[in-house]
Design a protein around this ligand. Structure first.
Ligand code: C2E
Ligand code: MG
Ligand code: MG
Ligand code: MG
Length: 279
């Protein structure tokens, strides 16, 4: 495949911008990447903060691409690329299957029964086989749907209202838990909060950044926590990076947090050490 890449390079070098060239090369290497296991899962714990001491209650599964030529490629860069090129379904299915496999293994080895969450692209919402695929895959590994939480990004809810309402209801009926990811990042639709049967809200990192510096942002956070409580939604804050933010969130009644302050996303091996330690 080295030759294939250098061929692409010679043809496009003069006409394409660096970014476009890089994108083309990445797209070109996806099949190899899937076949050669270049994609890895990492696990970022979510901590319950309304108990005596913070307790790991779940973990989010995030994908990493360790490219043989480019090194680590960021999901923020390649996920949109996969979405635009009809490849995200294959990638997300890979992540979900590997997650189920890993959960099964950890249950057998360490007896841990915490739920895990995976990301669902807004494109996956249009996959007619989405729910059956998830159910089939989980049942292969004897995982109950209630133990797989699905994080669907906020933008999905504003773009295709009818479709998302239908799919989220079907997911709930099938027993999955649904979390609205990146809440507060774009045009948060409060209407969606009452229209959809959601289980949790994940507050976007951009929303958490200012709470320790700015009264207005802290007031807004308190209002959102209030609304969430009325709607019976669990609130998870993402991107918590310091003790100040953590304490503000805890005192304001936020249910759970995720962020570098408690843990970065961990490799399979490092997450295993954490499981061993906490059992
Ligand atoms: P997300 O689902 O909102 O995930 C949170 C992102 O914030 C992750 O970036 C995580 O590593 C990062 N993060 C966690 N704690 C902190 C913190 O304290 N500070 C800062 N600055 N960042 C923190 P990551 O892993 O690079 O993923 C970026 C996005 O790519 C994800 O955002 C998600 O939208 C998407 N993504 C990742 N894996 C998958 C996947 O398997 N499928 C799909 N469809 N999308 C994925
Ligand atoms: Mg997420
Ligand atoms: Mg998120
Ligand atoms: Mg986010």
């Amino acid at each position: 495949s080295k030759n294939k890449h250098s061929a692409t390079y010679t043809i496009y070098d003069d006409n394409m911008h660096r970014k476009e060239l890089y994108e083309a090369m990445l797209l070109d290497s996806i099949n190899d990447a899937l076949n050669e296991n270049q994609f890895k899962l990492v696990f970022q714990p979510k901590y319950d903060i309304q108990c005596d001491k913070p307790t790991m209650s779940s973990a989010e599964v995030l994908i990493r691409w360790d490219h043989p030529e480019f090194g680590e490629v960021k999901p923020d860069f390649f996920i949109p690329l996969f979405e635009q090129n009809g490849l995200i379904r294959q990638l997300d299915r890979y992540v979900w299957r590997e997650t189920a496999k890993q959960m099964h293994k950890w249950r057998q080895t360490y007896g841990v029964n915490i739920p895990f969450s995976v990301n669902v692209s807004r494109i996956d919402i249009f996959d007619n086989d989405l729910i059956d695929y998830l159910k089939r895959t989980l049942s292969e590994y004897h995982i109950d749907p209630k133990d797989l939480h699905l994080e669907i990004t906020e933008t999905a809810y504003t773009e295709n209202v009818e479709q998302i309402v239908k799919v989220v209801k079907e997911l709930q009926d099938a027993g999955f838990k649904v979390e609205m990811d990146d809440f507060g990042k774009g045009y948060s639709s409060f209407n969606m909060l009452t229209t959809l049967p959601l289980n949790a809200l994940k507050l976007d990192i951009g929303f958490i950044k200012g709470i320790a510096e700015n009264n207005k942002e802290m007031n807004l956070l308190e209002c959102i926590l209030e609304i969430a409580k009325l709607l019976n939604l669990t609130v998870i804050a993402e991107g918590v990076e310091n003790s100040k933010q953590y304490l503000l969130l805890k005192n304001a009644g936020c249910d759970a947090i995720q962020g570098y302050y408690f843990s970065k996303p961990l490799s399979t091996k490092d997450f295993e050490s954490l499981l061993k330690y906490s059992c």
